[in-house]
Design a binder for this molecule. Structure first.
Ligand SMILES: Nc1ncnc2c1ncn2[C@@H]1O[C@H](COP(=O)(O)OP(=O)(O)O)[C@@H](O)[C@H]1O
Ligand SMILES: [Mg+2]
Length: 131
């Protein structure tokens, strides 16, 4: 994704304070999850003046590994928040609506959860929680 993000001047910040964090996952599936979420973030940043994506990994207070992907893009209207994980829901002309439903399935296979927080016009944070 580096060529796309460089071409669009998207700043990527990776925050990893605890370098001992580890996870047992199917790396190719979790890679797909991250790719889907980051591609959505890049889409959401189309009209943002200083576009930025933050990738963060940390351990929660109850000892669960969290991966967060944040963007300062268009955000998600509150009335769409409960629809975005439904297969084929898309707000885009050329969208398929498959990405996030697949992410949810892959997280369920890992006994994990995917959550979203978003503010319209400000940005979106996706959290992957591994149990
Ligand atoms: N980072 C984001 N910022 C704003 N909206 C988002 C973001 N990620 C997902 N969405 C919304 O969720 C919808 C579904 O996403 P997805 O399942 O990946 O399908 P698609 O990318 O094909 O539209 C998108 O169409 C968009 O409306
Ligand atoms: Mg998508």
């Amino acid at each position: 994704m580096q060529p796309t993000s460089e071409q669009r001047n998207i700043e990527f910040e990776i925050i990893l304070k605890d370098t001992n964090l580890s996870l047992q996952v199917d790396t190719s599936l979790i890679e797909q999850v991250l790719i889907n979420i980051i591609l959505n973030a890049i889409e959401a940043l189309k009209d943002t003046i200083q576009p930025k994506v933050i990738l963060l990994a940390e351990e929660s207070e109850n000892n669960k590994v969290l991966i967060k992907i944040a963007d300062n893009g268009i955000g998600i209207p509150s009335e769409q928040m409960d629809k975005i994980f439904i297969p084929f829901f898309t707000s885009r002309k050329n969208g398929t609506g498959i990405g996030l439903s697949l992410c949810k399935q892959i997280m369920t296979m890992h006994k994990g959860v995917i959550r979203v927080q978003s503010t319209e016009g400000k940005g979106t944070i996706f959290t992957l929680q591994f149990n």
